[in-house]
Design a protein around this ligand. Structure first.
Ligand code: PMP
Length: 363
């Protein structure tokens, strides 16, 4: 934590705790299965891989700055106006743009206690004050957000479905929130939208209301976490503001081509959705049978709940020793839980089996 420079950074910067990405390896263990980052176990569309390789032949060229091809593809698939779409280096960068543009010293950025860690990081980076409110049994509490807002609140972040709880709230509830906080932009972070059924990620609200903005990502169901592409959609005025602070070449040509091809391959996405839903139901039931409950998940992970922190941590160690990497979520205020990404069928069976062994040995 020692900072050798004598030049102090802006207020807020040293409040930031570094984001812990988690390991992909366990020393001395082979066949490690990584279920800790909510990645798609099937990876991206084959067409996306091919597009990435094609794009790699022109690495000496700067990418285009307006992202027209990618925005057109997103617009066609989602039925949205491409002029209201902005693309970024993951949705992380869109979250960052929002805080840079709308928050700052003397303002507040609001989110929920088990909300995504980037909201706090980006709020501090902008010099704003992060404010978090309680959830109700691991579900976003709209009334608590409304009560937590002040005249200084500029942004309200709401992951829906939420990471790491996997729960979500209905769109009428989000509309109620947006109408109650006209001084702020309500950001619906829909990184996991494709895993929920009959859900547009808040797109219709962001079309209709002046203070709702939606963020999306290629890192989850599109299987492109390594490519770093996300996007945002909302009122033209907000998109215009964000574009002013966006670096002109923020996305590489490799990223742009890969994401566009991935967006157009709907068959791959449909297959991944079906397989996730099937194994999510299976894993939730298998864990429950072994005495490990979870809330109904609308995402590509399950939040497994243990009696206490010590049990959750021993289970994590036990899994790791057998090559299964899951996510501790104490940093999200959930120390008695482990977040387990829905892998392919073999990984789900393996993790259920090892959790079962752990629970049996404890009994
Ligand atoms: N929002 C939520 C809720 C997430 O869980 C994540 C990924 N962990 C992101 C945003 C950011 O994803 P990316 O920057 O890869 O698009």
């Amino acid at each position: 934590s020692q900072n050798p420079t004598t030049i102090a950074p802006q207020p807020g910067i040293m409040e930031i705790s570094l984001y812990e990405g988690g390991a992909a390896k366990v020393a001395g263990v082979e066949n490690v299965v990584k279920l800790s980052s909510n990645e798609n176990p099937f990876g991206p569309s084959e067409k996306a891989r091919e597009a990435v390789i094609r794009a790699a032949h022109a690495l000496h060229r700067y990418p285009n700055t307006d992202h027209a091809g990618l925005r057109a593809a997103i617009g066609e698939v989602h039925g949205l106006d491409p002029d209201r779409i902005i693309c970024g280096v993951g949705s992380d960068e869109i979250i960052h743009f929002l805080c840079q543009a709308y928050a700052g010293p003397g303002t507040e950025v609001l989110f929920t206690e088990h909300g995504f860690l980037m909201y706090r990081i980006s709020a501090h980076a902008a010099g704003a004050t992060p404010v978090s409110v309680r959830e109700r049994d691991r579900v976003t509490d709209i009334d608590a957000l409304i009560a937590g807002a002040s005249e200084r609140t500029r942004l309200v972040f709401l992951a829906n479905p939420n990471n790491p709880t996997g729960t979500m709230v209905g769109l009428p509830e989000i509309e109620r929130l947006a109408r109650a906080v006209p001084q702020a932009i309500v950001v619906v972070d829909a990184a996991y939208a494709e895993y929920a059924s009959d859900y547009d990620g808040g797109a219709e609200l962001a079309t209709r209301l002046p203070n709702v903005f939606m963020t999306r990502t290629f890192s989850k169901i599109y299987g492109l976490g390594g490519l770093r592409v996300g996007w945002g959609y909302g009122p033209r005025g907000i998109v215009d503001v964000l574009n002013r602070i966006r670096g002109p070449f923020n996305l590489s040509n490799v990223a742009l081509e890969g994401a566009e091809a991935a967006m157009r391959d709907r068959e791959h996405i449909a297959r991944c959705q079906a397989e996730n839903a099937r194994m999510r139901a299976w894993l939730a039931e298998a864990l429950a049978e072994k005495g490990v409950p979870s809330d109904t998940s609308c995402a590509n992970f399950i939040l497994a709940r243990f009696d206490d922190q010590a049990t959750a941590e021993s289970c994590d160690e036990y899994l790791k020793a057998q090559g299964l990497i899951v996510r501790r979520v104490g940093g999200y205020g959930l120390p008695n839980c482990l977040r387990i990404t829905i892998g392919d069928e073999a990984s789900c069976r393996r993790v259920a089996h090892v959790v079962g062994q752990f629970m049996a040995e404890r009994a």
